[in-house]
Design a binder for this molecule. Sequence first.
Ligand code: SF4
Length: 320
Amino acid sequence: MRIDSLSAPAMVAWQLTRDCNLACLHCCTDSAPGRALPGELPRERALSLAREIAEAGVPYALIAGGEPSLVSHFGEVCAALSQGGVWLKVETNGQSFDVSALRGLRVRSVQVSLDGATRRVYARQRPGGDLEKALACGRAVRAAGLPLEITFAPTLLNIDEAGAVIDLALELGAFRFNTGRLMRLGTAAKLWQRLEPSQERYERFLALLERRERELAGRLELCFRPFSLPEDARALRREPPGTLLILPDGRVKVAAPLPYTCFDVTKRPFLEAWDAYRKSFGDPRVLRAFERLAADPASSAKANEWVDLESVAFDLPAVV
Ligand code: SF4
């Protein structure tokens, strides 16, 4: 496995908080206002972890949430990583994001979610959200000279606006548009019957992405492969990514669509997390969970009910 040749993760994906100022129907992290996780890392530990990540030689960190900018030490964490030589990608819903927090830092990109091209559809999928604020955030990112990515989560509510959202991404000057089949995780899993597009609409969506990919080559990169969780599971099983996913309370998750955690940075030094992560990919429970996911995408529905690999000696029951 490629991860065996790496002495440190190629990337850390760090969910700073589960709290959010929106309550999106498709949210894969169960985020909403006031939903910070009990035991989220306090400022001091978050800053020392940022230093440990940099000292470990991790080149790249994705800062996510929830809405990461709601955390009072968001800017300090970004600065500590950047000063340690780590490049940043920051994910935001763009509702109250202050781009100046990233001034002078090593920022590879800022990703703004745009789940609709009209205010009505955007607000239906993102209750509490305002499309105009997200667009203004995208413009502010570009005005600050930072590279912009747009992400789009397709649902029954917004899939017909996908083409118009791609046009908005172009207008804003984004260099990348990220999407894929809706993930059956978190809030999305609970509202699945209301949200899941039909197979026929997915086929049209995929055809649109393939056509626009050809048309926009060299202007806007469309990232949509692997397109579905089963495809993703097969790819992850074959070649585990060099990415450590850190949850808001410091636990390290093996992979977003699996329930397993393999480490806790509040109990042991960060440097040991990489070995624990690599070891987890030899664990038969993890391998079987990937196989289940490849055969049945519904098995991701309870992936946010985390289970520490060290605390259970048995397989979790399959989700029905
Ligand atoms: S999808 Fe993003 S913006 Fe929406 S509730 Fe979840 S974390 Fe917040």
